[in-house]
Ligand binder design. Structure first.
Ligand SMILES: NC(=O)c1ccc[n+]([C@@H]2O[C@H](COP(=O)([O-])OP(=O)(O)OC[C@H]3O[C@@H](n4cnc5c(N)ncnc54)[C@H](OP(=O)(O)O)[C@@H]3O)[C@@H](O)[C@H]2O)c1
Length: 234
């Protein structure tokens, strides 16, 4: 009953949010220099594209858009491309990025704050992108609740977030993630970019619980696919 109420409460205000990423066994998303392609095996990449095809929108942070230049399309399986969303307060994603260049910008939303200059917004709109200006959070970055509400108002009912670390951490901090699908590759990086940063958790009882977990092997990788239960909503 509690679960139903939680789902209904979420469903009235924002899309269902799945976070998916690939990490090494020691929890790294990328090396210290930001290199992450590819941590996972080709079999896991197919699973990642299957997830893309099952969501209406796919979201990344500006760090990932700038560092990895992902296309955010469905290629390794058949399926429709989701709406692409880049969370980019100052609109620093270059206009020649894969999500904006070669005529694909019409399927891309740039979620910005007042830190994005009017000129940058106009340039992005000129190539066909949708620029969505949103309130800032307490750290001056895009208010993620406001972004999800806006997407929901547009009719988007599911969002797949593919990283990077800062965006994943913010969403978990704000308790905006419903499902986590983590690919664990049998690799050790030592120092590197940690997949999930500080969530302000000091007591084990306050951990986020992963429930209804399925564990599937893809090549040499293991994908943990779970629902998230937040401590006081269980
Ligand atoms: N292994 C994997 O599956 C995987 C997946 C994706 C990325 N990666 C790796 O992750 C690294 C990038 O991660 P990252 O942490 O640097 O960047 P990120 O999470 O992709 O983007 C973070 C940036 O997004 C913007 N942002 C706007 N609003 C935000 C909010 N409310 N919360 C958080 N961020 C917000 C901020 O930039 P502004 O202040 O400019 O808006 C922030 O610096 C790269 O090395 C990439 O290769 C790995």
């Amino acid at each position: 009953m509690g679960d139903m109420e939680t789902v209904e409460k979420r469903a009235n205000t924002r899309p269902a949010v799945t976070v998916s990423y690939a990490q090494t066994l020691d929890g790294r998303l990328a090396t210290t220099s930001g290199s992450s392609q590819w941590i996972s095996s080709s079999e896991s990449l197919c699973f990642a594209h299957t997830l893309r095809a099952k969501h209406e929108a796919i979201m990344v942070g500006a760090g990932t858009a700038c560092r990895d230049d992902p296309r955010l399309t469905v290629r390794l399986v058949s399926g429709k491309n989701p709406l692409r969303v880049v969370v980019d307060s100052a609109l620093r994603t270059p206009l020649n990025a894969a999500v904006l260049a070669n005529g694909v910008a019409a399927g891309t939303v740039l979620a910005v704050t007042e830190r994005a200059s009017a000129d940058r917004c106009a340039e992005a709109r000129h190539v066909g992108a949708t620029v969505l200006r949103l309130p800032a959070d307490t750290e001056g970055r895009v208010d993620l609740k406001a972004l999800l509400s806006e997407l929901y108002a547009w009719g988007v009912s599911s969002v797949l977030v593919e990283g990077g670390a800062a965006l994943i951490t913010s969403l978990l901090c704000d308790r905006l993630v419903d499902r986590l699908a983590v690919c664990v590759a049998p690799k050790i990086l030592g120092s590197g970019i940690e997949a999930v940063g500080d969530l302000g958790i000091c007591e084990l009882n306050d951990s986020l619980a992963l429930v209804d977990t399925s564990i599937v092997h893809y090549g040499v990788d293991i994908v943990f696919d779970s629902r998230i239960e937040y401590p006081d909503s269980a």
